[in-house]
Design a protein around this ligand. Structure first.
Ligand SMILES: [Zn+2]
Length: 289
C-alpha cells in the first residue's frame, strides 16, 4: 500500500467469513478436524496452485472469551489443517514467498469497527448512541496536544534537528533501555544544562501522554465512566501537569469548560471531575502507570 512521502506498507486481507466464524460461532470451533474439513477446505479450489487465505481474530478469544479454543487453535495448526493437505503459513513467511504485490490505496476516513467512517472516535454515531461526551473531550485533548506540541518544538529548537523523529525514538527511554539524560546527550551535540535536560525530559513525557490519550479504546465505547476514557483524561491531565511551568497560560483553565461539557450519560460524572481528581493525585506525588 502506497503512503505519503514515498513510503509503503504491506497489507494482508483476512477472510471475513472464516474469521467471523471463528470469532462468533462457538459451535463451529468445537472440533478442529471438523472445522478444517467443513469450513477451511471448501474455500480452496482443487487443482489451483498458490491459493492462500488468512483468518484474523482477537487473540484473547482463545481460552479467554471461549473456553478450550486455545486447544482448538493448537490442534488446528498441528494436525487438522495438514490432514486436509493444506499448508500453514504466517505473514512473514508469505511475504518471502509471494512474488507479486498488487498496489492498493486506503479510502480515507474509513475503519473496521465503525460503520460511519471514523465518527466513533470523536462523536455520536449509531455504534455508540449515547456518546455526546466524546466531542467536547476530543476538543479539550486536542487543545492540550496542540499546546504541548508548540512547547515541545520551541524547547527542542537548536538542540534536536528533527524533533518528531526524536519523539518516535523516545521509546528507547520509555522501554527502560536508556536514561533520558544519556539518551538526549547522544541525540544532540548542543550544550545543555541539567535544568534544560529536566525540562526536555518533562516535555518528552508529555508528548508520550499526548499519544496515549488518543488511544483508540479510550474513544471506542459508549460511556465516559469506564477505565479507557478515564485513562485518556488522566494522560491529558498529566501532560498539563508536566508542562504547566513552561506554558504561557493556564491550560487547565482553558480546557476546563470543554471538560465540564463532557458528561457520562449513566452517572453524575464529567471529564472535569476526573481531570481535577487526577490533578490532585499528581499534586500529591503520584504518577500515572
Ligand atoms: Zn459508527
Amino acid at each position: 500500500m502506497i503512503l505519503p512521502g514515498h513510503k509503503s506498507i504491506q497489507v494482508f486481507f483476512y477472510h471475513s467469513g472464516l474469521s467471523a466464524r471463528v470469532s462468533f460461532d462457538p459451535h463451529a470451533t468445537m472440533n478442529a478436524d471438523a472445522f478444517a474439513r467443513n469450513f477451511v477446505k471448501p474455500e480452496f479450489t482443487a487443482g489451483e496452485a498458490s491459493q492462500w487465505l488468512m483468518i484474523a481474530t482477537d487473540g484473547e478469544l482463545y481460552g479467554h472469551h471461549q473456553i478450550f479454543r486455545d486447544k482448538f487453535l493448537s490442534y488446528l495448526l498441528d494436525g487438522s489443517i495438514s490432514a486436509q493437505h493444506i499448508e500453514t503459513v504466517y505473514p512473514g513467511l508469505q511475504l518471502t514467498q509471494q512474488k507479486v504485490f498488487p498496489v492498493i490505496k486506503v479510502r480515507d476516513n474509513t475503519s473496521w469497527s465503525c460503520h460511519h467512517g471514523v465518527l466513533r472516535w470523536s462523536s455520536v454515531c449509531a455504534c455508540t448512541p449515547n456518546s455526546d461526551w466524546k466531542k467536547p473531550l476530543r476538543e479539550a485533548l486536542e487543545r492540550i496536544s496542540d499546546e504541548v506540541d508548540k512547547l515541545f518544538v520551541a524547547s527542542c529548537n537548536g538542540i534536536l534537528e528533527n524533533v518528531w523523529e526524536a519523539r518516535d525514538r523516545y521509546i528507547e527511554v520509555f522501554s527502560g533501555d536508556q536514561k533520558f539524560a544519556d539518551w538526549v546527550r547522544k541525540m544532540s551535540d548542543a550544550q545543555m544544562t541539567d535544568e534544560k535536560i529536566k525540562q526536555l525530559d518533562q516535555l518528552f513525557q508529555a508528548e508520550l501522554d499526548c499519544q496515549r490519550m488518543f488511544t483508540s479504546c479510550g474513544w471506542f465505547f459508549d460511556d465516559l465512566d469506564r477505565i479507557e476514557p478515564r485513562n485518556a483524561v488522566l494522560y491529558g491531565a498529566h501532560a498539563v501537569w508536566l508542562t504547566r511551568q513552561f506554558a504561557a497560560f493556564d491550560l487547565s483553565a482553558e480546557v476546563s469548560p470543554l471538560l465540564e461539557k463532557s458528561k457520562s450519560w449513566r452517572i453524575n460524572l464529567s471529564a472535569l471531575d476526573i481531570f481535577n481528581e487526577v490533578m490532585l493525585r499528581f499534586e500529591q506525588g503520584q504518577k500515572p502507570s
